[in-house]
Design a protein around this ligand. Structure first.
Ligand code: NDP
Length: 449
């Protein structure tokens, strides 16, 4: 039988093997969306005749460039830089930059594809993109980070601009790196423009951008529970990660009355049965900001247990929030969560659950929120930063927080509208369909050329 979405291929697997060989993360992201959008395309001959599916899974541009830079020993190192401009139908490309040895075309295409749907869900005019480098910043001096950022922007500046592509941060690209990248762009182009988001507030950054992904995640979670006539008060929560998303999700969950009992990093996880407090979260942030630290030191400071080399998924809790990285939660971990009676799983990271883990969640009677909906708060506030830069006027934190909460509530409502069958909300389906409709309609309206 011919795979009905792409002529000449017998299956989605054949299509992806032919069009994007050796890109497992990208295949995973496309496969996850295709089951949900196929019925919509089949029901709309205009999408089929415009070949929307094949166009949607082919990035508009994949840019790769050499980054040559000088380390502290005066040696020249060479890394590879990338920008994947995935889909610009609804606005300038928008999405983060990641500096990590695991960065390659497959990872960035998966992230750019997801970002296209996520940005559409925010209701703001932003297309999808992602970029970064295989540069490993761990153990590097501040001067080396600055020289790397300068060299990276020396190439990237040609491809970005406020009306073209507006990158932001992602793993290992935080306020410091965005500052260096923005400075490099300004010096190279002689223009002060809103070309990056996540900037410092003294040069056009938005209030609440740092908090937005984690806070937005918890606003989405609160909406899911409310829809089920429940709330966060007294719920136990396990969180993975100890970075931006994880610590801000923990902070907001604690402020709404939940008990957060784990955090993790690449070395292992801490379990604090007494629950995190603001003081403990502040300590984690300060501690992890130091080079080469692990969370193990938490235990001698505050008590609890440290488990090396594992994620926290075996700890019994009402809610699980994977907030570290892709594919960190596998099928066995998913089964442990279900066996332990988890009520909701909410993805703070991008694609943290493997395909098999997602299948376990979707077939169980729990609430499951995919990252592309639940972690959209960060890019939403980035979208607000773009508007503020255009107007050259910044809003205050309360205004932004209120807008963020409203956007997360709207994304939740869109998922419910598109994903409800027989009284059960399939949030993945809802997010995939709602994001797809918006992008596909824009592509159709703009013709081919
Ligand atoms: P950070 O770099 O701030 O934190 C990442 C955390 O994950 C660190 O604690 C890190 O541990 C841990 N980690 C990284 N790799 C692994 C691994 N292989 N196994 C276990 N733990 C790991 O990143 P963010 O918090 O910004 O991003 C986390 C996730 O959220 C990513 O998937 C990102 O794409 C996604 N996201 C982020 C947004 C944002 O606004 N920041 C927006 C939307 C999505 P260690 O300290 O040991 O390296």
């Amino acid at each position: 039988m011919t795979f009905s979405l792409a002529d000449g291929y017998d299956s989605l697997e054949d299509f992806l093997d032919a069009r994007a060989p050796n890109q497992p993360e990208f295949h995973q992201a496309v496969t996850e969306v295709t089951d949900d959008i196929k019925p919509i395309i089949d029901a709309h001959p205009e999408f089929k005749s415009a070949n929307i599916f094949e166009r949607l899974v082919e990035p508009e541009q994949v840019i790769s460039f050499r980054v040559a830079w000088q380390n502290d020993a005066n040696e020249i190192e060479v890394n590879r830089g990338y920008r994947v401009q995935f889909n610009g139908a609804i606005g300038p490309f928008k999405g983060g930059l990641r500096f990590h040895p695991s960065v390659n075309t497959s990872v960035l295409k998966f992230l750019g594809f997801e970002q296209t749907f996520k940005n559409a869900l925010t209701g703001l005019p932003m297309g999808g993109g992602k970029g970064g480098s295989d540069f490993d910043p761990s153990g590097r001096s501040d001067q080396e980070i600055m020289r790397f950022c300068n060299a990276f922007m020396q190439q990237l500046y040609r491809y970005i601009g406020p009306d073209i592509d507006v990158p932001a941060g992602d793993i290992n690209v935080g306020a410091r790196e965005i500052g260096y990248l923005f400075g490099a762009y300004r010096r190279i182009t002689n223009r002060f423009q809103g070309v990056l988001t996540g900037k410092g507030q003294s040069f056009g950054g938005s209030e609440m951008r740092t908090e937005a992904t984690g806070y937005g995640l918890v606003y989405f979670l609160a909406e899911m529970l409310k829809h089920d006539s429940d709330d966060l008060d007294g719920k136990s929560v396990i969180i993975s990660g100890a970075g931006n998303v994880a610590t801000h999700a923990a902070e907001k969950a604690v402020s709404l009355g939940a008990k957060v009992i784990t955090l993790s990093d690449s070395a292992g996880f801490i379990h604090d049965p007494d629950g995190l407090t603001q003081e403990k979260i502040d300590w984690v942030r300060a501690h992890k900001a130091k080079k080469g630290t692990t969370l193990e030191a938490y235990v001698s400071k505050f008590g609890g247990d440290w488990t090396a080399g594992k994620g926290p998924w075996g700890v019994k809790a009402d809610i699980a929030a994977p907030c570290a990285t892709q594919n960190e939660l596998d099928k066995d971990s998913a089964k442990m969560l279900i066996d332990n009676g988890v009520l909701a799983v909410i993805e703070g990271a991008n694609m943290p659950s493997t395909a098999a883990a997602k299948a376990v969640f979707r077939s169980a009677d729990i609430l499951f929120a995919p990252g592309k909906a639940a972690n959209a708060g960060g890019v939403a506030v980035s979208g607000l930063e773009i508007s503020q830069d255009r107007m050259r006027r910044l809003s205050d934190a309360d205004q932004i927080d209120e807008t963020l909460e409203g956007i997360m509530t709207d994304i939740h409502a869109a998922c419910v509208e598109e994903g409800t069958r027989d009284g059960h909300v399939d949030y993945s389906k809802g997010a995939n369909i709602a994001g797809f409709r918006k992008v596909a309609d824009a592509m159709l309206s703009q013709g081919v050329g």
